[in-house]
Design a protein around this ligand. Structure first.
Ligand SMILES: [Zn+2]
Ligand SMILES: [Zn+2]
Length: 187
């Protein structure tokens, strides 16, 4: 007998029976629900996208209201997520920063990047140097920060000229003494 018919004949009994069936066959029901979800996934995503496009403002407004109403709860969830995934988040951020740094150093030096003076290749030792010695002035503009702030700036400004890769040693000597002892050795 079709489901509809069975329901019409005795709704109470039908609901009781199907509830019992679901309880007794939890795993099976879950699996078949999941299968039908997978079967219609593409279709459902497509429909949801169209619905979103057509009701964008309404949806955004509702989400916004929901966010304002549950702000504290959301913040707590975020905080908990951060606490539970700290290592993963830090590691991802570290890899991201390293990738950006490598991109910049490749641009100003080559692959692999090396110190323009002593040819040091150890990545962790390498820095970006302002050829005209305006590094301190530039750092002041970033609120005293070099490193990441400078890298972001270089990327945003399409890798301007006037920078080179130096290792910390050579960079410090040139900054403090105005020359690197390596260049004296060569003479
Ligand atoms: Zn060097
Ligand atoms: Zn040097």
């Amino acid at each position: 007998m079709p489901i509809k018919e069975r329901y019409r004949q005795n709704p109470q009994k039908y609901i009781e029976e199907s509830t019992r069936y679901c309880q007794e066959n939890k795993e099976k029901v879950k699996e078949s629900k999941h299968n039908s979800y997978l079967k219609n996934k593409e279709e459902r995503i497509k429909k949801a996208k169209i619905y979103y496009q057509e009701n964008k403002e309404k949806i955004n407004r509702r989400n916004n209201q929901r966010y304002i109403k549950n702000k504290e709860k959301y913040k707590l969830t975020q905080k908990r997520y951060f606490q539970n995934n700290k290592e993963k988040i830090y590691e991802r951020a570290r890899l991201y920063r390293r990738r950006i740094k490598l991109e910049i150093f490749n641009h100003y030096s080559g692959d692999p990047p090396k110190c323009d003076c002593c040819k040091e290749e150890q990545f962790e030792f390498l820095t970006i140097d302002h050829i005209d010695g305006s590094g301190r002035e530039h750092r002041r503009q970033f609120g005293g920060r070099g490193g990441d702030a400078l890298y972001q700036w270089l990327r945003r400004n399409n890798y301007p000229k006037g920078f080179r890769v130096l290792c910390y040693n050579c960079n410090c000597c040139i900054g403090h003494l105005g020359y690197c002892p390596h260049s004296r050795e060569k003479q």
